[in-house]
Write a protein that binds this ligand. Sequence first.
Ligand code: AMP
Length: 173
Amino acid sequence: MVELTQVKEMIRTIPDFPKKGILFRDITPLLLDKRKFKFCIDQFAKKTKGKIDYVVSIESRGFIFGSALAYKLGVGFIPIRKEGKLPFHKHSAAYDLEYGQAVIEIHADAIREKSRVIIIDDVLATGGTVEAAIGLVEKSKGIVAGVYFLVELLALGGRKRLKGYPVYSLVSY
Ligand code: AMP
């Protein structure tokens, strides 16, 4: 049996990446471990109750967990991508980064009205990215049934921006 403490041990902390002062939580060692990677996906699947139509995730590390979870749940997968990458009609949402703004996009015809979706990403930091992703799902008239993360950075308080949504993170710092 894998324990969550063993999952945490496989997340590597890199100081000052990508810039000074950031403690980067690197999930790539975890991905190398087939039992622990599978355990994480299984935990997300166990947490998922009721009918789900799609898993939505955010470029690019979110895709690693999102597509595996969609496969496990037997549902479709919807990518949210950075500006300019999706080829068809799309909805866009801008959000604030530490310096400046970023834009993410979803295909406007991806989500059927009232579909229930899970949004998943690797790390919850300030919550700005996932808040924008929720906005895109809701603009597409989807229902956000859960918001999942592998890692939650508690000091940055991202969860406060996600009030009213079921938020689940596997490990926290
Ligand atoms: P935020 O919008 O602040 O919640 O940032 C979330 C996004 O930035 C996620 O997609 C993460 O992949 C990435 N991210 C932010 N902070 C970190 C960190 N300390 N370590 C790894 N990834 C991070």
